[in-house]
Design a protein around this ligand. Structure first.
Ligand code: SAM
Length: 293
């Protein structure tokens, strides 16, 4: 059984190397980046997982950070349903692993994006990781209701299936294109150049490559540009150590970790400009206790 799995793994690795080789001709920097990220992802998987302790009363936690939930949560629910209908209406499946192994956004991440966008009324929103664009749709619809603001989204489509590139952002209707800039490429390549052009960032959403290396990079790039009172949403924090490291090193971030709707993934919510109060408990931080999953 192990030998079969190993040979299957080798075939997959060979196929992946072939695709990387082909892509290297078109985008050499990104191809190197893809390989590096796959290696560090593998290292992350072998590393002891950080044991986050999610805030069960997450709505109260978010209210303390951002302010009360907006009145129009029912509108968010319609937006989310419409976004899923639009994806499925194109004959595509939606959900966990549906985008070439990548997950479509979780509804709680969508709700948090709606909450932050409606409450903070941002002008400059940046997100990494688009896939079919569920979170992009939510942010854009909320900006539209605010009557101000734009979204810059960065996405590096998967290599494995060419047609996936054409599916990127399918949940975003043309009527919302006026507030949207979609930058194709890795966040490592596209984020620094984007941040040089923007005066500041009011809201950031990470949902791209969830390695410790990449999340460190994105958080360290965004944080100095984030306005006081601005917010950061980080999906799938349980997959790496980056949020725990960020929490330990930052002196001006307050935040919580809450469960995604599926009860499996964890989402980090941070706001800049407040002293840490310890409301986000990280048991491993004090004791060094970790769990392997
Ligand atoms: C989890 S999905 C995003 C889901 C999306 N936010 C939604 O609401 O449905 C992650 C996306 O990030 C892209 N991605 C992977 N590595 C990336 C990188 N280094 N930079 C930017 N995007 C990346 C994947 O191809 C995929 O489209």
């Amino acid at each position: 059984m192990r030998a079969v799995e190993r040979s299957r793994g080798l075939v997959e690795a060979g196929r992946y190397a072939g695709l990387v080789g082909a892509a290297a001709v078109a985008h050499p920097v990104e191809s190197v980046e893809r390989v590096v990220e796959r290696i560090v992802e593998w290292q992350d998987l072998r590393r002891r997982k950080w044991q986050y302790d999610p805030t069960e009363a997450w709505e109260e936690g978010v209210r303390r950070l951002i302010g009360a939930a907006p009145q129009d949560i029912d509108v968010f629910q319609r937006v989310w349903t419409n976004a899923l209908d639009d994806v499925r209406g194109r004959g595509l499946s939606a959900g966990r692993g549906a985008f070439g192994g990548w997950d479509d956004g979780d509804v709680r991440l969508g709700l948090l994006a709606w909450w932050c966008t409606r409450r903070l009324r941002p002008e400059f929103v940046v997100e990494t990781g688009v896939a079919r664009g569920l979170t992009s749709r939510v942010v854009l619809e909320a900006l539209e209701r605010n009557g101000r603001g734009n979204l810059w989204s960065i996405d590096l489509p998967p290599l494995i299936k060419k047609e996936l590139s054409a599916e990127t952002g399918t949940a975003v209707p043309p009527s919302l294109f006026g507030r949207w800039v979609l930058l194709v490429g890795s966040s490592r390549r596209r984020l620094p150049e984007l941040l040089r052009q923007l005066p500041r960032v009011d809201l950031f959403l990470h949902d791209s490559m969830h390695t410790t290396r990449n999340v460190h990079f994105e958080l360290n790039s965004i944080w100095p540009k984030l306005r006081q009172g601005g917010a950061v949403l980080v999906d799938d924090v349980e997959r790496n150590h980056a949020v725990a490291d960020f929490r330990r090193s930052s002196t001006d971030a307050e935040g919580i970790v809450c469960r995604a709707e599926d009860g499996r993934a964890l989402i980090g919510v941070f706001v800049k400009g407040r002293r840490p109060t310890g409301m986000m408990m990280l048991p491993g931080q004090a004791t060094g206790r970790c769990t392997r999953r």
